[in-house]
Design a protein around this ligand. Structure first.
Ligand SMILES: Cc1cc2nc3c(=O)[nH]c(=O)nc-3n(C[C@H](O)[C@H](O)[C@H](O)COP(=O)(O)OP(=O)(O)OC[C@H]3O[C@@H](n4cnc5c(N)ncnc54)[C@H](O)[C@@H]3O)c2cc1C
Length: 394
């Protein structure tokens, strides 16, 4: 066992959160606000600024605003006037969803385009640094009747009253406790990069947030860092590349080749970009069970999705709020019921988004957007708690 400082202290109920990503930091913040003693275990030795943009739609901004981050994020966000959808060759606009000031009027919160590093950094300010244990990679989890034990790669262990696994798309907790990884490689890749707008020689893209729809591929281009940087991400057929990682490098020449023939505005962005990363896109079905008596999954760990609706991190943020509301309502003494309540509150929505995202037609044509963007995790009604069968034996 590790020393006492690594063991969440007794007194208030202790929760170990695995993963200091978007969902992990958010749920730790929410739980601390209702008096839960939280410790976060993160495998990375330090936080690094992943070169990516991230769209935070109104449903995500509801969460972030109430956590107190709206002003901070507003100073580094780009607020798009619209989400434009255009044909790859002619540039014809097939649908443009008004955003800007209209987002707040229509959905109750703004639509922010952010550098992922800015979002993550903002979330880290919500938790005291001494509750985040870096360089602690969980290798095994064991649930007993009255506690959960985590083993780490460095040979140490900790125990906690409960564990929230926010350990992302490759979740070890999902694999060890709930389901072997059934990821299906879509044979498509996301090239992505962030680069200074100044590299466009004073000719930045006309429309600040556009998805360019090709016959079998697309590219999404938008400003981040309050317009100082440009981000794009793609979906391109690729039978060979199977690495699902934020750090893997791609080949710019291959990328430009993949978009030869696209509209001149796209060509201009691809010509200006100096380097790219490459992420293999996998798809996974909704998971049957999200929790046991003392362990629960959150974010990509339980509902990983293709990135085609820009809702993965948004739904992780929603999970964090709803899970903490369920725990607050039922109390720590009824944890299995609280976990079940959270799963039944969240699964229909995340499964629907997983399925919609898989089909990749979001916003190509006019459609209902309210079911996604109107959702307010702080006020959405919670289901009636159901009794849960007695806990497991040691
Ligand atoms: C190309 C692309 C574009 C995207 N764009 C958007 C977008 O615009 N909007 C949006 O909402 N979503 C977007 N997403 C999805 C979004 O990135 C994810 O859904 C989101 O990061 C999930 O958050 P999470 O907290 O569940 O996981 P993560 O943010 O991945 O965090 C998991 C954390 O757990 C840590 N960890 C993992 N295993 C262990 C272990 N064994 N022990 C300890 N720590 C561990 C990891 O190091 C990491 O810090 C995009 C995804 C991709 C691939």
């Amino acid at each position: 066992m590790s020393n006492a400082s690594d063991t969440p202290s007794k007194g208030p109920a202790s929760v170990a959160v695995i993963g200091a990503g978007i969902g992990g930091l958010a749920v730790a913040t929410c739980l601390r606000r209702i008096g839960v003693d939280v410790t976060i275990y993160e495998q990375a030795p330090q936080f690094s600024r992943v070169g990516a943009g991230i769209q935070m739609g109104p449903n995500a901004m509801q969460v972030l605003s109430r956590l107190g981050l709206r002003e901070r994020l507003g100073s580094v966000a780009y607020t798009p006037p619209a989400l434009a959808n255009r044909e790859w060759d002619t540039g014809e606009v097939t649908f443009s969803l008004p955003m800007g000031d209209r987002a707040e009027e229509t959905y109750g919160a703004p639509y922010f385009l952010l550098h992922r590093g800015d979002l993550h950094e903002a979330l880290t300010t919500l938790v005291p640094s001494d509750i985040v244990r870096l360089d602690r990679r969980v290798t095994a989890i064991r649930e007993l009747a009255d506690r959960v034990t985590l083993d780490f790669q460095d040979g140490s262990s900790v125990t906690a009253d409960a564990v929230i696994a926010a350990d992302g798309v490759h979740s070890i907790v999902r694999q060890q406790m709930f389901s072997a990884d059934d990821a299906v490689f879509t044979k498509r890749v996301a090239y992505r990069t962030v680069f200074p707008t100044s590299l466009m020689d004073g000719n930045p893209p006309d429309v600040a947030s556009t998805k360019w729809w090709g016959l079998d591929r697309h590219i999404v281009i938008y400003f981040v860092s309050a317009g100082r940087e440009i981000y794009f991400t793609t979906s391109v057929p690729d039978e060979e590349w199977t690495t699902e990682s934020w750090s893997a490098q791609g080949d710019v020449a291959e990328l430009r080749e993949a978009f030869a023939g696209f509209h001149p505005e796209v060509q201009a962005v691809l010509t200006a970009c100096p380097s790219v990363h490459k992420w293999a896109i996998y798809d996974r079905d909704p998971l049957e069970t999200w929790h046991s008596d003392r362990v629960v999954l959150l974010g990509d760990a339980c509902h990983p999705m293709t990135p085609y609706m820009a809702q993965g991190a948004a739904t992780a943020l929603e999970d964090a709020v709803v899970l903490s509301r369920c725990i607050e309502q039922l109390g720590f003494g009824r944890l299995p019921e609280a976990f079940a309540m959270y799963e039944s509150a969240r699964k229909p929505r995340t499964s629907r988004i997983q399925s919609e995202s898989r089909s990749n037609h979001w916003l190509r044509r006019p459609q209902d957007t309210h079911w996604v963007y109107d959702y307010n995790a702080w006020s959405v009604p919670l289901p009636t708690p159901e009794p849960v069968s007695a806990g497991r034996e040691d």
